[in-house]
Design a protein around this ligand. Structure first.
Ligand code: ADP
Ligand code: ZN
Length: 743
C-alpha cells in the first residue's frame, strides 16, 4: 500500500491524495517509483485523468490523526511513467513560479492524445525508409528533389508530413517508391531503432575567429554542467553554424538535443539545415502537427529513438532519454511567451529545465531580450558576441527618410521609390515592412466623421478589400461593408490609414511589371501557403514582398537587397516602457533581412519623427549600444528587469464583477502590506482595449524590487483568491508573472 499526490486538471492550486493498493500497483519491483504515471481517479463524482507527482508509504502526518477516508486509485493507465522526474520538477517549478494551478500545468504539458482515459496508443504513422536498392541508376532519371529525399533518409525514417516540411511532396515520394528506392513502414518498433553515432555529421563550415572562440569557450565551460550562454550575434553572423557544431559534439557523446524556435512554419530553411547536417532521427513538435504525430515525436524522444527535437514552446515538455544540450534560437521572440491558459515563458522555463538536468543551454539572438542582457550584467549568463556577418555576406547600409517632407497621403517617399526602381533593374528583390494587415485600419464616414467599431470590442474595424468586409482584429468578427453611415445616413464612406492590401494596390500601379507578394496572416492562413511563398520568393518568382511581422522573423531571402520600413512611428508614441526594446528589435530584425548573401543590402526607414531621441540613438549606434542605454534608464526608474512585476488580470461580461474582484484584491494587498513591506501595487485599471468579445478586462499590478517578496505576496493572494465571492460563473482571473505587457 502506498499514498500518492496527484495533479488533476482543476483551477485549484494544490494536489490531491489517493491510495494505491499493492494489487493495483503497476510496478514489478518495489524500488521503482510511481511518480510520472497517469492514473484514473474519482474526483467530485467523475472519473478523471491525473498524474502522480509524489508518493509515500505512509499517510501524511497531519492526516494520521484525522479520520478521513482516502479514496483509492481506480486504475493505472500505462505500464510506464509518462513524465520523467526532470519534467515533474519543471512542471512543479512552473506551478510555483508562475502561480498557476498545478493540475492545469500538468494537463497543458500532456500530449492531447494522452488526455483521454485510455492506454497510450501506439502511433501508427507511416514512415518511409530506404530499400536495399542503394545505387541510383541513371536510367531512373531521379529529380533533384528525389535525390534530396534519398539523402534525407540516410540514417533515419521520415513520414510524409516530415518530408513536406523539408519541401518534398508526396508525388516525389510515390515516384521513388514506384522505382523501388523507398518503401513505407508501419510498425513503430522496427522502423525506429535507437539512433547511432556513426558517420552522422555532414560537412561543417570552417569556423571564423569569432565562431571558433564561441565554440571553444562553450565546449570548455559546458563540461561542468548547467550554464547559460547568450550568443549575441548580428543576423547572418553564423549563430546557427555554432549551434550545429556544438550539437554535433553533444550527439557524439550519445546525448540528445532540444532546439526551440519561435515558430516552425516561418523557418523551413533552419529545419532543412539540421536534416542536411545530421543523419540521425530528428523529430518536430509544433502546433500544426496532428495529435498522433505529436505523440509519436513525444514517444520517440522518450525511447531514445530520436536524437534531436526541433520545436516551438510546447516542445519544452518532451521527455528525453538523455538530454545533453538545449538551444533557444531567437530568444527575444515574444512567441515564447504562452499567454492563453497556463502562462509561462518557454525561454525561461528552458533555462530552468537545463538547470534541473544540469546541462548547458545556449540562447541566441541578433537582438537579445533586455532580460537576458540584464542577466549578463548580473553575471548569471555568459555572453558571446559575434559582431560581423560570417562568410562573404556584405553588411547593410541604412537610410532614414523624413516623411514630413512628403505629401500627407503618400505611402512611399521619393527616395524609397527610386531605390525600389534601382533594385528591380538589377534583378534583385525588395521587402517592404508594414505592421498592419488589411486595406486600412479604419473605415470612416467622410461627412460626419463616424468611425465604424466592433460591436463586441472597443476597437475600430479594419477594412479588408479582398474579402469586401470590415473585420475586427481583436475578435476576428466580420461585418458586411456598410453603404450608409448609421449616424448621418450619408454615403461617403472611406478607408482611413494604410494596410498591406493598400500597399500592394499602389505598388501594382507604380511597378506594373513586378510580381508582388503580400505576406500576412490573411494571405497565409491556409496550411502550406507560407511555405509556397517562401519557395517562390527564393526562386525569384516575386520581385517585391510586402509583409507584416512574419517577414521580420528568421527568414533567409538571399535575393532581397532592399528593405523598406514603412511606418513604425506608433512605437515612438507608446507609453509602454518596453516599446523602445520592441522598436529596436523590429528595426534591427527587419533590416537584417537585407543582403544576406554576397549582395550588398540597404535599409530605408520612413518616419515622421526623425528627431525622436530613441530613433536617433538607434540609428547612430547599434542594437547593443541602444540596449545598454535603455537598460540604464530602466534601472534608474526601477523598471524590469531591475524590478519584478506580476499582474492580476480579470475579465467578465460585467464591468462591476471585474471591478469588485480587483477591489477585493486591493484590500487584501493593503492588509498584506501591514506585514510585508517593500512591495507596491496599483489601483485596478482597465486594459488598453477594455472590452473584448463582450468581456471587460481589468488589471492590477504588483511590483517589488525583490523577487522573493513578490512571490510571498502572490502566494498569499493565491490562497485568498478562491475565497473572494464573485457571484457569477462567467468570471475569469489569472496571475501573470513577469508580464511582457502591462496594459
Ligand atoms: P545566423 O544564424 O547568425 O543568422 P548562419 O549560421 O545562418 O547565421 O550563417 C549565415 C550565413 O553565413 C549562412 O549562409 C552560413 O552558411 C554562412 N556561414 C556561417 N558560418 C560560416 C563560416 N564559418 N564560413 C562561411 N560561411 C559561413
Ligand atoms: Zn471585435
Amino acid at each position: 500500500m502506498s499514498y500518492i499526490q496527484v495533479a488533476i486538471n482543476s483551477p485549484l492550486h494544490k494536489t490531491f491524495l489517493y491510495k494505491v493498493t499493492d494489487n493495483k500497483c503497476p510496478l514489478a519491483k518495489q524500488e521503482l517509483t510511481l511518480v510520472g504515471f497517469r492514473v484514473l481517479v474519482n474526483f467530485h463524482h467523475r472519473n478523471v485523468i491525473a498524474i502522480v507527482v509524489n508518493e509515500s508509504n505512509e499517510l501524511p502526518r497531519e492526516l494520521e490523526s484525522q479520520n478521513i477516508k482516502i479514496k483509492e486509485v481506480i486504475s493505472f493507465l500505462d505500464k510506464t511513467a509518462i513524465f520523467s522526474g526532470d519534467i515533474i520538477k519543471l512542471l512543479l517549478w512552473i506551478a510555483t513560479y508562475y502561480h498557476q494551478p498545478i493540475g492545469e500545468v500538468f494537463y497543458t504539458a500532456l500530449p492531447i492524445l494522452l488526455r483521454k482515459d485510455t492506454q497510450t496508443p501506439v502511433p501508427l504513422i507511416s514512415y518511409w525508409t530506404k530499400t536495399a536498392k542503394d545505387k541510383v541508376s541513371s536510367k531512373d532519371k531521379l529529380s533533384e528533389k528525389a535525390l534530396k529525399a534519398l539523402e534525407f533518409l540516410e540514417g533515419r525514417t521520415l513520414s510524409t508530413q516530415e518530408f513536406k516540411e523539408l519541401g518534398i511532396l508526396s508525388t516525389t515520394l510515390k515516384s521513388l517508391a514506384n522505382k523501388g528506392y523507398i518503401a513505407p513502414l508501419k510498425d513503430y518498433d522496427s522502423s525506429n531503432n535507437n539512433w547511432l553515432v556513426q558517420d552522422f555529421i555532414g560537412k561543417e563550415l570552417p569556423p571564423n575567429e569569432a565562431q571558433k572562440q564561441a565554440i571553444d569557450y562553450i565546449t570548455k565551460e559546458a563540461q561542468s554542467g548547467f550554464k547559460v550562454f547568450l550568443i549575441n550575434g548580428v543576423t547572418g553572423s553564423g549563430k546557427t553554424e555554432i549551434y550545429l557544431q556544438l550539437i554535433a559534439k553533444t550527439l557524439a557523446q550519445g546525448k540528445q538535443v532540444m532546439v526551440l524556435i519561435p515558430e516552425i512554419n516561418l523557418t523551413p530553411q533552419t529545419i532543412t539545415r539540421f536534416y542536411e547536417r545530421f543523419k540521425v532521427p530528428i523529430v518536430c513538435i509544433h502546433s500544426s502537427l496532428r495529435d498522433d504525430e505529436k505523440l509519436s515525436s513525444f514517444i520517440k524522444l522518450r525511447d531514445n529513438k530520436a536524437a534531436i527535437l526541433i520545436g516551438t514552446r510546447s516542445a519544452l515538455f518532451a521527455n528525453f532519454n538523455n538530454l545533453g544540450l538545449i538551444v533557444v534560437d531567437e530568444e527575444h521572440d515574444q512567441s515564447y511567451r504562452q499567454t492563453q491558459g497556463v502562462i509561462y515563458h518557454a525561454r525561461d522555463c528552458a533555462v530552468m529545465r537545463a538547470h534541473i538536468n544540469n546541462i548547458p543551454i545556449i540562447l541566441g539572438s541578433a537582438t537579445p531580450s533586455f532580460e537576458s542582457l540584464a542577466n549578463v550584467l548580473k553575471g548569471k549568463y555568459h555572453q558571446l558576441i559575434l559582431p560581423v556577418r560570417a562568410g562573404n555576406a556584405a553588411n547593410v547600409t541604412s537610410y532614414v527618410v523624413d516623411m514630413r517632407k512628403t505629401h500627407k497621403d503618400d505611402i512611399f517617399s521619393q527616395k524609397l521609390l527610386t531605390e525600389i526602381q534601382n533594385t528591380l533593374a538589377k534583378g534583385e528583390q525588395v521587402l517592404l515592412f508594414l505592421n498592419r494587415r488589411g486595406y486600412a485600419p479604419a473605415q470612416i464616414c467622410h461627412d460626419c466623421g463616424y468611425v465604424f467599431k466592433c460591436q463586441d470590442c472597443d476597437a475600430n474595424l479594419c477594412y479588408h478589400k479582398e474579402t469586401k468586409t470590415l473585420i475586427c482584429h481583436h475578435c476576428e468578427r466580420q461585418y458586411p461593408l456598410p453603404k450608409t453611415c448609421p449616424n448621418c445616413h450619408g454615403h461617403n464612406i472611406v478607408p482611413e490609414g494604410v494596410g498591406t492590401e493598400n500597399v500592394i494596390e499602389q505598388l501594382a500601379m507604380l511597378f506594373p511589371e513586378a510580381h508582388l507578394a503580400r505576406i500576412d496572416r490573411d494571405s497565409t492562413a491556409r496550411k502550406g501557403e507560407l511555405e509556397k511563398f517562401i519557395e517562390d520568393i527564393n526562386n525569384n518568382k516575386y520581385q517585391i514582398l510586402v509583409g507584416t511581422q512574419m517577414l521580420a522573423k528568421g527568414h533567409h531571402f538571399p535575393l532581397v537587397t532592399l528593405v523598406g520600413i514603412l511606418n513604425i512611428d506608433s512605437y515612438l508614441y507608446s507609453n509602454d516602457y518596453r516599446a523602445p526594446e520592441k522598436l529596436a528589435q523590429l528595426i534591427t530584425q527587419v533590416s537584417g533581412r537585407a543582403g544576406r548573401a554576397e549582395l550588398q543590402g540597404k535599409t530605408i526607414l520612413q518616419t515622421h519623427n526623425i528627431d525622436h531621441p530613441l530613433l536617433k540613438l538607434l540609428l547612430k549606434h547599434d542594437y547593443n549600444y541602444f540596449a545598454q542605454a535603455n537598460l540604464t534608464q530602466r534601472k534608474m526608474n526601477f523598471l524590469p528587469p531591475f524590478s519584478y512585476q506580476a499582474l492580476i488580470r480579470a475579465d467578465a461580461y460585467k464591468r462591476e464583477t471585474v471591478q469588485n474582484f480587483l477591489n477585493n484584491i486591493y484590500n487584501i494587498l493593503e492588509k498584506i502590506q501591514q506585514k510585508i513591506s517593500y512591495f507596491s501595487f496599483t489601483l485596478p485599471y482597465t486594459s488598453t482595449v477594455e472590452r473584448r468579445q463582450k468581456r471587460f478586462h481589468m488589471i492590477l499590478l504588483v511590483e517589488s524590487s525583490e523577487r522573493k517578496i513578490l512571490h510571498q505576496v502572490l502566494e498569499i493572494l493565491e490562497k485568498e483568491i478562491p475565497n473572494i465571492k464573485v457571484g457569477t460563473s462567467d468570471f475569469h482571473q489569472v496571475i501573470d508573472v513577469d508580464p511582457i505587457e502591462i496594459f
